[in-house]
Design a protein around this ligand. Sequence first.
Ligand code: ADP
Length: 165
Amino acid sequence: MTLKFVYQDITKMNVDAIVNAANKQLQGGSGVCGAIFEAAGWQKLQTECDQLAPIETGEAVVTSGGNLPASYIIHTAGPIYQKEGKDASELLAASYHNSLKKAVEKDCDSVAFPLISTGVYGFPADAAVKTAVKTIRQFLAKNELTVYLVFFDEALFTKSQELFQ
Ligand code: ADP
């Protein structure tokens, strides 16, 4: 079982797949989604996404990695915290679990996740990290995969390492 925390720009990760914190319409946007679209090649990625959209919250779909070092991008729509209320944690866990299943389906050995829903979707970061770690560890108990949880905030990275690693 391998779960590693890194402090990095996810678009630079040298892994088989990176996960995008997408919206249900799979439209290129801001935050990590914008960074991924920019680095992968916006127009080509949007064309691929348009063929798969829309998706449900918690669902995951796969496109090519375009110009990224990663071969695939797994797009998952995380929950909007205020909107989902008490279902938010379960939906966030579904985003991680369904993305991991897609990675295995594509024969990936390594996959990198951003902290889904912790930006404009408003999920409290500490609780999101806890749900991410729990869901990933459960999956790794039954699957051979190296998973990276990618932090974009150094203080949160340091704190989470102390708590979970
Ligand atoms: P969401 O809409 O799911 O909340 P955001 O893109 O707003 O998604 O934020 C998700 C997380 O991704 C945030 O914690 C944000 O700091 C982080 N993030 C933003 N850019 C990058 C990047 N280039 N690499 C890794 N993480 C990033």
